[in-house]
Design a protein around this ligand. Structure first.
Ligand code: SAM
Ligand code: SF4
Length: 342
């Protein structure tokens, strides 16, 4: 089976696709209260364009695809995109990251269309706090969505939690305890400086080491090897059915395990979340380019994937654009996470 390595010998087999930059929530660390200006309908890739890109990427060795956003379930008829991707030879794993608000009504259709798994983002189990953090989210609806996903067989379910100091960090143990008697994965994500201007500060995020120390007070925590899982590290609490994971962009860079490319809703290929380097696939597609030209750009994105990002615990993120050789830095106001696809 074909596999493609980048210049640092990492196998690139994962494409993360943002299908929309729109969202039905406004999480405080991700979006400003009024949201961000959305792409026009014609700016975003059609499902046919996305399926074509995935088919060509699968020919290069991409095996895993994740749909994200914005909120992917706000895009119409997303099940038809899932069906289209699932038919592509070589695609072994198709998943989605969602805030879960619309999951209850869609879970069965998503599973029928071929979706394998979901990641659901939940930052609090307290309804009032959840509403405040998401600026309007309904925890009960999300938990019903989680139940529907489980019933539809979209497993293992992964819960993404972003702890923020003095806002929801007191719930870290509750989230970790969820893994004791269910097989879910609970992943704790260091809050990154990619949200609305003025929200992030070095004191606000909880570092992975601190989270691990808090969780290991519940029971001993041992490392678990979860195969080809990219830049997250997993552990199991003694006696637990599920696992806890840490995604730690700030304090531990796991770039050497990075296996992915990103495709934004407006058709830009991004070799790294934290670099501003983008390759414009949409214009090339819409100029009528053949598959070999799209394949050349996918190979280019893999070739110029940086060795690592340079974001540090102070949120500084200078790096070098390997296309132009110029210094770049992460400017969240230019492309917030909801526009790249987290
Ligand atoms: N709307 C969907 C959701 O919330 O699951 C998918 C898109 S969202 C951008 C994907 C993930 O990025 C979520 O788990 C969210 O918590 C995470 N995220 C967004 N902004 C973040 C930030 N500043 N730091 C860390 N994680 C962030
Ligand atoms: Fe929307 Fe997801 Fe961002 Fe929350 S984290 S505002 S749900 S895109």
């Amino acid at each position: 089976m074909k596999s493609l390595k980048d210049s640092f010998f990492r196998v690139i087999d994962y494409l993360r696709i943002s299908v929309t930059d729109r969202c039905n929530l406004r999480c405080i660390y991700c979006m400003p209260p009024d949201g961000v200006r959305s792409f026009d309908h014609d700016d975003i890739l059609s499902y046919e364009e996305i399926v074509r890109i995935v088919r060509i990427a699968a020919g290069l060795g991409v095996r895993k695809v994740r749909l994200t956003g914005g909120e992917p379930l706000t895009r119409k008829n997303i099940a038809s995109l899932i069906e289209g991707i699932k038919k592509i030879p070589g695609i072994e794993d198709l998943s989605m990251t969602t805030n879960g608000m619309l999951l209850e009504q869609h879970a069965a259709a998503l599973a029928d269309a071929g979706l394998n798994r979901v990641n659901i983002s939940i930052d609090s189990f307290r309804p009032d706090r959840f509403r405040e953090l998401t600026r309007g989210g309904d925890l009960a609806a999300v938990l019903r969505g989680l139940g529907a996903a489980r019933k539809a067989g979209l497993s293992p379910i992964k819960i993404n939690m972003v702890p923020i100091r003095e806002i929801n960090d007191d719930e870290i143990p509750d989230f970790a305890r969820m893994t004791m008697d269910t097989d879910c994965h609970v992943r704790f994500i260091e809050c990154m400086p990619s949200g609305p201007n003025g929200f992030w500060a070095p004191g606000k995020y909880i570092a992975t080491d601190e989270m691990r120390a808090i969780i290991s007070r519940i029971a001993p925590l041992s490392p678990v090897r979860v195969r080809r899982n990219g830049p997250s590290k997993y552990y199991r609490l003694e006696g637990a059915r599920g696992v806890v994971g840490f995604i730690s962009a700030l304090t531990h860079h796991f770039c050497s395990d990075c296996n992915r490319l990103r495709l934004t809703a407006d058709g830009k290929l991004r070799p790294c979340l934290f670099s501003e380097t983008e390759i414009d696939l949409r214009s090339t597609l819409r100029r009528g380019a053949g598959d070999s030209e799209i394949e050349r750009l996918l190979r280019l994105a893999i070739e110029i994937k940086p060795k690592e990002h340079h974001l540090d615990a102070e949120g500084a993120g200078n790096g070098v654009d390997r296309l132009s050789g110029k210094e770049t830095c992460l400017k969240p106001e230019k492309r917030p996470m909801s526009r790249i696809g987290g």
